[in-house]
Design a protein around this ligand. Structure first.
Ligand code: GRF
Length: 208
């Protein structure tokens, strides 16, 4: 059997997408394996999820500036990934803009999941933005990471309806269910070598 793709997940929060990926990796046919979880705070719920799956968790202090990472922390993360043979980095609720050594080292090999249909409602509180705007449909997007905020080429989008009675919580829950399907699917496509970035577009080759 082909060697599995080593993945690092970066998270700052509760870690439900990390958990969805970890679950997918339990399947012996799944082409990826999570080598490490990197958190920017030990307090992140994702750290406890890593414990429960027996996945190594490394905390990296990214500096005091909210939403940003120091050059040293980026280098440290790149080193942690390289040491563990990580081929693909997955941001899953990681609340800092990636730059520096990690960005350079993993360009085209880094994915993020966003709880809206990009390019609409980028940045924070995407579900609240969608509700306030009055869209009838929202969803989630898995995309490659570039220097911008939620601007990289799109791999997968999944759509959910927005209902009249929705609150931010109910809409977020509906979107989250789709996130938990979309992210493992996107990682599978990447690990199977079926994604090709062509400018802004991502072309997906048919599976065998
Ligand atoms: C998700 O909604 C994801 O799309 C966004 O941050 C949230 C993280 O949730 N980037 P979780 O920590 O994976 O539960």
């Amino acid at each position: 059997m082909k060697e599995k793709t080593g993945v690092a997940v970066l998270a700052s929060g509760r870690g439900s997408n990390f958990e969805a990926l970890a679950r997918a990796c339990l399947d012996s046919d799944y082409p990826a394996v999570i080598r490490v979880l990197i958190v920017d705070s030990r307090e992140a719920g994702a750290a406890a999820v890593a414990d429960s799956f027996g996945i190594e968790c490394v905390a990296v202090d990214c500096g005091a500036k909210k939403g940003s990472m120091s050059p040293e922390s980026s280098e440290r993360m790149a080193d942690v990934c390289a040491d563990r043979g990580v081929a693909l980095v997955c941001l899953a609720g990681f609340m800092r803009i990636v730059k520096g050594a990690l960005m350079t080292g993993y360009r085209g090999r880094m994915l993020n999941i966003h709880p809206a249909l990009l390019p609409g409602f980028r940045g924070l509180h995407a579900q609240e933005q969608a509700l306030a705007y009055g869209v009838r449909y929202s969803g989630c997007t898995v995309h490659f990471v570039d220097e911008g905020v939620d601007t990289g080429p799109i791999v997968i989008q999944r759509v959910v309806p927005v209902l009249d009675e929705d609150t931010v919580e109910s809409l977020s829950d509906r979107i989250l269910q789709e996130e938990h399907r979309a992210y493992p699917e996107a990682v599978r496509l990447w690990a199977e070598g079926r994604l090709r970035i062509d400018g802004r577009r991502v072309l997906i080759r048919e599976g065998e």
